[in-house]
Design a protein around this ligand. Structure first.
Ligand code: B1M
Length: 214
């Protein structure tokens, strides 16, 4: 079967909100030699993005979106686990999470998997993470980088809270800060004083490599 057929099946499984089918498609595609990052990028991610568009237009409702997200989570787990092993030597330590008030964590979890596969030690704080928790974890884990994901226009401003709290604690220069997700842009990162913005998981690895001189 051609890669495009697997991509279409991946999209269909997400549209059908069918977790079992989504994980089956992922498993079959990987077994057939499709690269896990390509399968996410060309199949599953467009699939869940299309569900977001249908939701926005009122053509599907929240219960369906929740089920589609569950199918996406299952597929992403299979793809993330298939990413190549990271380098033996750790490049740097990253503390990452989705900001307070925001439960969107599928993209953040993919970023975590890509970073691990590229030699970073990553502490994934999860979702709905308050500013003080980001900072406490960064201090405790000896992090070099703090990464914040936010998918909602209403929660993007939480990223500014973390930066302000770092400033207030005199810790801003100790960490590189990267933001991503949803409506974030390079312009937004510049405006709030983050060190970098990443468009997707690959870009996240690239930007952190740049920040760390790797
Ligand atoms: Co929500 N949701 N959602 N949702 N949801 C969006 C974000 C929305 C755009 C849908 C829409 O209306 N078109 C819209 C936001 C509108 C806005 O703010 N302008 C929306 C809304 C409104 C809501 C609710 C308010 C709905 C409601 O309750 N009425 C609610 C909010 C809940 C909350 O957080 N408080 C809600 C809930 C949910 C679900 C729970 C059902 C589910 C999330 C489940 C979960 O994550 N565990 C969900 C989903 C699935 C989506 C969409 C459809 C898909 C998100 C996703 O997983 N994409 C989304 C529409 C969309 O994004 N097109 C939508 C796939 C993922 C791989 O991509 O997350 O972008 P993404 O991550 C990418 C990059 O952005 C980047 O790399 C990732 C991998 O390539 N990246 C980073 C992300 N974080 C990064 C961090 C980095 C670097 C790169 O460094 C730190």
């Amino acid at each position: 079967m051609a890669n495009e057929d697997f991509y279409q099946q991946a999209k269909d499984a997400i549209r059908a909100c069918d977790r079992a089918r989504a994980t089956e498609v992922a498993t079959q595609a990987l077994a057939a030699g499709v690269a896990p990052d390509e399968l996410l990028k060309s199949g599953f991610i467009p699939g869940i993005a299309a569900m977001g568009d249908l939701f926005e237009r009122g053509e599907v409702f929240l219960p369906e979106l929740v089920l589609a997200a569950d199918a996406m989570t299952g597929a992403a787990e299979v793809c993330n686990a298939a990413l190549p092993e990271g380098e033996a030597e750790k490049k740097a330590t990253v503390v990452i999470g989705t900001v307070q008030g925001d439960v969107h964590d599928i993209g953040k979890t993919i970023v975590v998997a890509f970073l691990r596969a590229n030699g970073y030690e990553v502490f994934d704080l999860g979702r709905d993470i308050a500013a003080d928790k980001f900072i406490a974890a960064a201090e405790e884990k000896g992090a070099d980088v703090i990464g914040m994901s936010a998918l909602l226009t209403t929660t993007m401003r939480e990223q500014t809270r973390v930066l302000a709290a770092l400033d207030a604690a005199g810790l801003r220069s100790k960490y590189k800060v990267i933001v991503g997700g949803g409506a974030s842009t390079q312009q937004w990162a510049d405006k709030i004083g983050a060190d970098a913005y990443a468009e997707d998981a690959n870009d996240g690895v690239r930007k952190i490599n740049e920040l760390m001189g790797n």
